[in-house]
Design a protein around this ligand. Structure first.
Ligand code: F6R
Length: 594
């Protein structure tokens, strides 16, 4: 999981590559590097750290063609040697790679026997030596021969000192070409190129392209092909922080707009009805939601929402654990949630679902991402680019999508009008919550004094407790556990006490009386308790130490508001701890390793 970029044209490539690298930094940020063609030589510079660290050490590198990389270490520690680009023995071929080469050990042994010298522990370096083995002036030919040896996934960008351009090729890792005037680009995703061009071409698995300043040639299985040129609609301003100290805060604040945009055209203006433009297919007998991490929590919410509104059986699985028996899903739809559209665990799970006979629907925020090629049908979120590694607004958009899908496929007679009305009111309720953050700051200070905490919930809010705990771990580096309130007494009680606070999600719904019982039991064990409760709940304060209020909503929609409250709490706790909020350590936004 890394970001690759490439440029060829007549301008100085270095600042362009650095800008593009900044945009793909969410894919990995433990080290980075560039290689430029300069006066018949390859100039390569790389180091541990983020793009800005390299930029501060490296004023300028000249050359009008180059490649760049930002790394999330898989094979080999994050150090300077393992950073990309990787060069061949002569130092005249350089390459950047996103993906994993499964058979690299065997290839490395073979290349060493043939006299090649390796300088890193990475799988990627074998590819530069393979290209070297075949290079005789035609870089395209050499790359084609080199990749015949590779088992695994790759998006590669390769330059050679005496070749006037860049060769790129992909298999199971994303790669997009950008078309300019007298210049051309490549990158792991389209937003990386937005500052320079809106015209992009999405390569398919196995496609290879030769980029030169005045031409782009695309090859598939040895034949020249033309691919459609797409126009990117996202704005470059959406990729900037526009005054917010962090992208995470900006993205939390965007959620009212995201809900509105994801609803547009999908609820009837005249009747209480959810209208989704799905490809015609026999309606399912059951629904299965899958995803990883935060997307799995959206899957769980999908399962619980369907179960609350209809008798249709619904299930949720962690994508990596979803392994149905052959032919066991002929009556099911599998809804795969992935904001990036690139998560390998989810994409592999879709393949298994199809093999089991399911009809599959991909739900993603990124058009033309890998999931679009494996799913039978697609539902797009309208969240706009999410830059912060922690998913916030895309989670909210996933909730909109799974609720809409559920209302479309399993409309609850007699309740539909009320639920659609509540859907329409959510943007303004979320906005009200975002506008009323004063009580959060006092709690931030209190909670930041602890090293561990529990989040508890009942019913449809249990996945929100899990999601809140995940956010606190990844962004605020606080050990937090989400737990069904009834489960605490079956073990975790042993950890309660004055040093372990508990956050209770306690909207006044059917579960409320049982939540109060759980809170009383926790207080008896000495833990400080903070509740997130409806703003009209005047009783809860008698049972807990602190209350954070959310606007009153239908019980099935309280998860949306609890989510936002926990996102804000996490954000401010991490800010008070002075942490790298948008790029938490060891993580990456798009997880393309199994
Ligand atoms: C947490 C987070 C991750 C992702 C997970 C799946 O904030 O973002 O847990 O949800 O890596 O990613 P996608 O949704 O791209 O499949």
């Amino acid at each position: 999981m890394c970001g690759v970029v490439a440029y060829t044209g007549f301008k100085e490539a270095y600042p362009i590559l650095m800008s593009c690298l900044k945009r793909v930094e969410y894919r990995g940020y433990d080290s980075c590097g560039v290689a430029l063609l300069d006066g018949g030589d390859v100039q390569s510079h790389k180091d541990v750290g983020a793009v800005d660290d390299l930029r501060s050490k490296l004023e300028h590198v000249s050359g009008a063609t180059g490649i760049g990389h930002t790394r999330w270490a898989t094979v080999g520690k994050p150090n300077k040697e393992n950073a990309h680009p990787h060069l061949d023995c002569s130092g005249r071929i350089a390459l950047v790679h996103n993906g994993d080469i499964d058979n690299f050990m065997a290839l490395k042994d073979e290349l060493i026997k043939q006299g090649h010298t390796f300088t890193s522990e990475t799988d990627s370096e074998v590819i530069s030596h393979l290209v070297e083995r075949y290079y005789a002036g035609d870089l395209r030919e050499a790359v084609i021969k080199a990749i015949t040896h590779l088992e695994g996934s790759y998006a590669l960008a390769v330059v050679a000192a005496d070749f006037p351009g860049v060769v790129v090729v992909r298999k199971e890792s994303p790669l997009v070409l950008g078309l300019g005037e007298h210049e051309n680009f490549a990158a792991s995703d389209a937003p990386a190129l937005l500052e320079f061009t809106r015209r992009v071409v999405y390569l398919e698995d196995g496609d290879l392209a030769v980029l030169k300043p005045e031409s782009v040639e695309i090859w598939r299985a040895g034949t020249r092909i033309e691919l459609p040129v797409h126009q990117i609609t996202w704005n470059v301003s959406e990729l900037d922080r526009v005054g917010y100290p962090h992208f995470m805060l900006k993205e939390i604040h965007e959620q009212p707009r995201v809900i509105r945009d994801t609803l547009v055209g999908r609820i009837s203006l005249t009747e209480p009805r959810a209208d989704l433009p799905l490809a015609a297919h026999k309606p399912p007998a059951r629904l299965i939601f899958i995803g990883c991490g935060t997307s799995y929590h959206a899957a769980l919410l999908g399962q619980l929402f369907v179960s609350q509104i209809s008798p249709m059986p619904a299930h949720a699985y962690v994508a990596s654990e979803f392994d149905p028996l052959p032919s066991s899903l002929k009556d099911a739809w599998v809804v795969a949630l992935t904001q990036s559209g690139e998560t390998t665990d989810t994409i592999n799970a879709i393949r298994r679902a199809k093999a089991a006979g399911a009809w599959t629907i991909g739900v993603t925020n990124v058009k033309e991402s890998s999931i679009t090629r494996v799913s039978d049908d697609m539902l797009y979120l309208q969240a706009g680019p999410e830059v912060s590694v922690a998913a916030t607004k895309t989670f909210m958009a996933q909730l909109v999508a799974v609720y809409l899908l559920s209302l479309h496929l399993a409309p609850p007679p007699g309740q539909l009008g009320e639920l659609i009305g509540e859907l329409r009111s959510m943007p303004s309720k979320v906005q009200r919550l975002i506008n009323s953050q004063s009580s959060i700051q006092a709690l931030v200070k209190k909670l930041n004094a602890y090293d561990h905490l529990f989040l508890i919930a009942r019913g449809i809010n249990v996945p929100v407790a899990y999601e809140g705990a995940l956010k606190l771990k990844e962004v605020a580096y606080l050990h937090a556990e989400g737990c069904a309130a009834g489960e605490l007494k079956h073990g975790p009680f042993a950890l309660l006490g004055q040093n372990t606070p508990v956050i209770a999600l306690a909207p006044r719904d059917a579960q409320y009386p049982r939540m109060l019982t759980a809170i009383k039991e926790i207080k008896t064990r000495g833990s400080p308790v903070m509740a997130i409760a409806f703003s009209d709940d005047n009783d809860i304060g008698r049972y807990v130490d602190d209350v954070l209020t959310i606007p009153v909503a239908h019980g099935l929609f309280s998860p949306w508001l609890n989510t936002v409250a926990l996102q804000l709490l996490t954000y401010y706790m991490a800010a008070a701890r002075n942490l790298p909020i948008d790029k938490p350590r060891h993580l990456a936004k798009s997880v393309t390793v199994p």
